[in-house]
Write a protein that binds this ligand. Structure first.
Ligand code: B4P
Length: 190
C-alpha cells in the first residue's frame, strides 16, 4: 500500500501529472478539484455548497472537503494505493487524513511538491481559462486570490510534511514529459 500526495500551487500541474502517474504506478487517483467540479456540473447539494467558494477563488471549508475525501477513499477498498491530487490543502485536512488512514493501518508515504513561480502559473491558468470554462481561471484578480489562499493555508503543509521527512520538492517548470520523469525519479525510490 503506497499513498502519495501530489502537492503544489494552483496550476502547478498536479492534475496534468496525475494522469501519467496513476497508470505508471497503478494508483487510484482522487482529485478533490475534479470531484467538486463533477458535483457542480450535476448541481448536487455538495456542488451548490462548494460553488460559492470555488468561484471566489477560496478553499472549500475543511469539514465538507474532508467528508468528501473520506467517501471517495471508501469507494476503493482493494486499491494498491492512492494518488491524492489537491488534498490536503490545509493543516486540518492533513491531520484528518492521517487520522483517517491510520484507522485502516495506512499512512501518507510521500508528498511530492511541484514548485514554480506564481507569475508563470498565473499565465498558465489564464491560458487554460480561455477554453476550460472554469470560472476560477478567467479573472486574474480571482487567480491571485487563490495564491493568497495557498500562501496562508496550504504552504504551511511543506513544513508539516518536511518535519516527518515525507516532503520531496520537484522543479515544476519544463515540458510535461520532463516533469513526469522528475517525479518518476522520486517515486521510484520510495
Ligand atoms: P484544483 O482542481 O486542484 O486545481 P488547480 O490547483 O487549479 O490545478 P492543478 O495544479 O491540478 O493544475 P493543472 O494540472 O490542471 O482546485 C480547484 C479549486 O477546487 C480550488 O481553488 C478550491 O476552491 C477547490 N478545492 C480543491 N481541492 C480542495 C481542498 N482540498 N480543500 C479545499 N478546496 C479545494 O494545470 C494547470 C494548467 O497548466 C493546465 O492548463 C495545464 O495544461 C497547464 N500545464 C500543466 N503542466 C504544464 C507544463 N509543464 N508546462 C506548461 N503548461 C502546463
Amino acid at each position: 500500500m503506497k499513498n502519495i500526495v501530489l502537492f503544489g500551487k494552483p496550476g502547478a500541474g498536479k492534475g496534468t501529472q496525475a494522469e501519467f502517474l496513476k497508470t505508471r504506478y497503478n494508483l487510484t487517483h482522487i482529485s478533490t478539484g475534479d470531484v467538486f467540479r463533477f458535483n457542480l456540473q450535476n448541481d448536487t447539494p455538495l456542488g451548490r455548497e462548494a460553488r460559492t467558494f470555488m468561484d471566489a477563488g477560496q478553499l472549500v471549508p475543511d469539514a465538507l472537503t474532508i467528508k468528501m475525501l473520506q467517501d471517495e477513499v471508501e469507494k476503493h477498498p482493494g486499491t494498491a494505493g492512492f494518488l491524492f491530487d489537491g488534498f490536503p490543502r490545509t493543516v486540518a485536512q492533513a491531520e484528518a487524513l492521517d487520522a483517517f488512514l491510520i484507522t485502516k493501518a495506512w499512512q501518507v508515504n510521500a508528498v511530492v511538491g511541484l514548485e514554480a513561480d506564481d507569475d508563470i502559473l498565473v499565465a498558465r491558468l489564464l491560458e487554460r481559462g480561455k477554453t476550460s470554462g472554469r470560472a476560477d481561471d478567467q479573472d486574474e484578480t480571482l487567480i491571485r486570490k487563490r495564491y493568497q489562499e495557498y500562501n496562508e493555508k496550504t504552504a504551511p503543509l511543506i513544513e508539516f510534511y518536511s518535519k516527518q521527512g515525507k516532503y520531496y520538492a520537484v522543479d515544476g517548470i519544463g515540458s510535461i514529459a520532463e516533469i513526469t520523469e522528475r517525479l518518476g525519479l522520486v517515486i521510484d525510490k520510495l
